[in-house]
Design a protein. Structure first.
Length: 461
C-alpha cells in the first residue's frame, strides 16, 4: 500500500469526537469537512470544520448519520481523501469501510475484514483463543435453544452473563443467578439485541464477580507493525457503562501490565490489525485476566492515554491511514520502547443527566455554561456553550474533562477542583455525582471494581 497525501478529511460523526478529529486534522495541516443533521444545524461541530454539509434530510436524527451512500456521495462531491468515522454511528460498520475504499476514499480505521473478525464479540473471542489469550469461559457460538443454555449452566454453574454478540454500550446484557433468570434473560436479551443492533444473537459467559475492567490501547500501521500505549482502568461503571476512566491502572504489577499488553498485541497481531483499537479485559479478584472484546475504533476514553504518553492517537490514526509507517518521523515510534508514560490521567464524562432521577437525560437551553480551566485540565466538548440547546435526539455527553497529575492523588484532586469550577445552569448534569466519585476513598486508592457505584448509593447524594 502506498503513501497518500490527505488534503481533506471528513468526520462522519457529530459532537465532541467530530471536533476532536477536526483539531487533529488542522494541526496536521489537513482541511476538514463536517456533516450535520437538521437537528444539529446549530451544533458546534458544524462550525468547527472548514466546510459543512447537511445530511439525512427527512430522516430521523440518528439515521441522518447512518446513510452510507449519501455520506459517501457527499464525500466525493466535497473531494475528500479520507473519512474518519469517530465512535458510534458508522465506526464499526464493515459495509461503510468497504464502500469508502471502493469509492477511492480512505477509511480511517481497520479494514472491513478486520472489523468482521473482531467487531462481533463471538468472533473476537475466537480470535483471542487462536492467539492463545485467556477468555472468560463461555459458549463458543451464539445460543439458539434453551437446552444449550441449560447445558452450559450445568457445566459452568451460576452466575452467568448473557451477552449480545453485536452488543455495545452495556446493552443486551443480563446477569442470571438461577435457571429462571437464565431462561427469562435469554429471551429479553435477544429482543433487546434485535431492537438495538438488528441482530438477536446472544452467547453466555461465566459472570465474574466484582472484576476490574482493564483495557489496552493498540495501534497498527498498514505494514504489520503494532504497538501498545499501556492500559486504562474503566472499572467505574454504571449498568456496565463507563463513567470515569483513568490511566494507567493502579492494580497491576509490572509483570501483569507487561502480560496484559503482550496479550493485547497477540490478539491484534492475530488479525494483522491496523489503525487504533482497544483490547478489553476483565481482571478478577485473584489477578487472573480474561479477554472480553476488542473495539476496532477510537474510544471515548482515549484522552487519558494521550495525557500519560504525550501521544496524539487521532493524528496517528490519520497518519497510518495515509500509509505512514510507525517508525516514520511524523509518528516517530521506532520501537515499542519509544512509548513511555508519565503520571496519571483521569477522565470524567459530564452528561446532561439527572442522578436524582435515575440518570434520566435532561433537555433544554444551557442558560449558563462556564467551564473549568487551569493547570492539568483538558476539555473535549460537543455542544457546550451558553445558549446551547440540549436536545433529546443524541447521547447526553456534554463535555469530557480529563486531568493529569504526577501522582494519581494529584490527578484526582485536580479533577475535583475542575468539577467544582464548572457552572452549568438550565439543564441538570451529573457533576455533583462525579465529585462524589473522585473524592471517594476507594476511588482515591485506585481500587474501584465494576460494582463500586452500585455498592455506594451515597454517591448519588
Ligand atoms: P459492551 O460492548 O456493551 O461495552 P463489554 O463486553 O465490553 O460490553 O462489557 C461491558 C462491561 O460489562 C464490562 O466492563 C463488565 O463490567 C461487564 N461484563 C462483561 N462481561 C462480563 C463477565 N463475563 N463477568 C462480569 N462482568 C462482565
Amino acid at each position: 500500500m502506498n503513501r497518500r497525501t490527505f488534503r481533506k478529511v471528513m468526520a462522519a460523526n457529530r459532537g465532541e469526537i467530530a471536533i476532536r478529529i477536526f483539531r487533529a486534522c488542522t494541526e496536521l495541516g489537513i482541511g476538514t469537512v463536517a456533516l450535520y443533521s437538521e437537528e444539529d444545524k446549530l451544533s458546534l461541530h458544524r462550525y468547527k470544520a472548514d466546510e459543512a454539509y447537511l445530511v439525512g434530510k427527512g430522516k430521523s436524527p440518528i439515521d441522518a448519520y447512518l446513510g452510507i451512500d449519501e455520506i459517501i456521495s457527499l464525500a466525493l462531491k466535497a473531494d475528500v481523501d479520507a473519512i474518519h468515522p469517530g465512535y458510534g454511528f458508522l465506526a464499526e460498520n464493515a459495509e461503510f469501510a468497504e464502500k469508502c475504499e471502493a469509492a477511492g476514499i480512505a477509511f480511517i480505521g481497520p479494514t472491513a475484514e478486520m472489523q468482521r473478525a473482531l467487531g462481533d464479540k463471538v468472533a473476537g473471542r475466537k480470535a483471542a483463543m487462536t492467539a492463545g489469550v485467556p477468555v472468560v469461559p463461555g459458549t463458543e457460538d451464539p445460543i439458539e435453544k434453551e437446552e444449550e443454555a441449560l447445558k452450559f449452566a450445568k457445566e459452568s454453574g451460576y452466575p452467568i452473563i448473557i451477552k449480545a454478540a453485536a452488543g455495545g454500550g452495556g446493552r443486551g446484557m443480563r446477569v442470571a443467578r438461577n435457571k429462571k433468570e437464565l431462561l427469562e434473560g435469554l429471551s429479553s436479551a435477544r429482543s433487546e439485541a434485535k431492537a438495538a443492533f438488528g441482530n438477536p444473537a446472544v452467547f453466555l459467559e461465566r459472570y465474574i464477580e466484582n472484576p476490574k475492567h482493564i483495557e489496552v490501547q493498540v495501534l497498527g500501521d498498514n505494514y504489520g507493525n503494532l504497538v501498545h500505549f499501556f492500559d486504562r482502568d474503566c472499572s467505574v461503571q454504571r449498568r456496565h457503562q463507563k463513567v470515569v476512566e483513568f490511566a494507567p491502572s493502579l492494580c497491576l504489577t509490572q509483570t501483569q501490565r507487561e502480560e496484559l499488553c503482550t496479550a493485547a498485541l497477540k490478539i491484534a497481531g492475530q488479525v494483522k490489525y491496523r489503525n487504533a483499537g482497544t483490547v478489553e479485559f476483565l481482571v478478577d479478584q485473584e489477578g487472573n485476566y480474561y479477554f472480553i472484546e476488542m473495539n476496532p475504533r477510537i474510544q471515548v476514553e482515549h484522552t487519558v492515554t494521550e495525557m500519560i504518553t504525550g501521544r496524539n492517537l487521532v493524528q496517528y490514526q490519520i497518519l497510518v491511514a495515509a500509509g505512514h509507517k510507525l517508525s516514520d518521523p511524523e509518528i516517530n515510534i521506532p520501537s515499542q520502547s519509544a512509548i513511555d508514560m508519565r503520571g496519571y490521567a483521569i477522565q470524567c464524562r459530564i452528561t446532561t443527566e439527572d442522578p436524582a432521577n435515575n440518570f434520566a437525560p435532561d433537555f433544554g437551553t444551557l442558560t449558563t455554561y462556564r467551564s473549568a480551566a487551569g493547570a492539568g485540565i483538558r476539555l473535549d466538548a460537543g455542544n457546550a456553550f451558553t445558549g446551547s440547546h440540549i436536545t433529546p435526539h443524541y447521547d447526553s455527553l456534554l463535555v469530557k474533562v480529563s486531568s493529569w497529575g504526577l501522582t494519581f492523588k494529584d490527578a484526582a484532586h485536580i479533577m475535583n477542583r475542575a468539577l467544582q469550577e464548572f457552572r452549568v445552569r438550565g439543564v441538570k448534569t451529573n457533576i455533583g455525582f462525579l465529585e462524589n466519585v473522585v473524592t471517594h476513598p476507594v476511588f482515591i486508592k485506585g481500587s474501584c471494581d465494576t460494582s463500586f457505584i452500585e455498592k455506594h448509593p451515597e454517591l448519588l447524594q
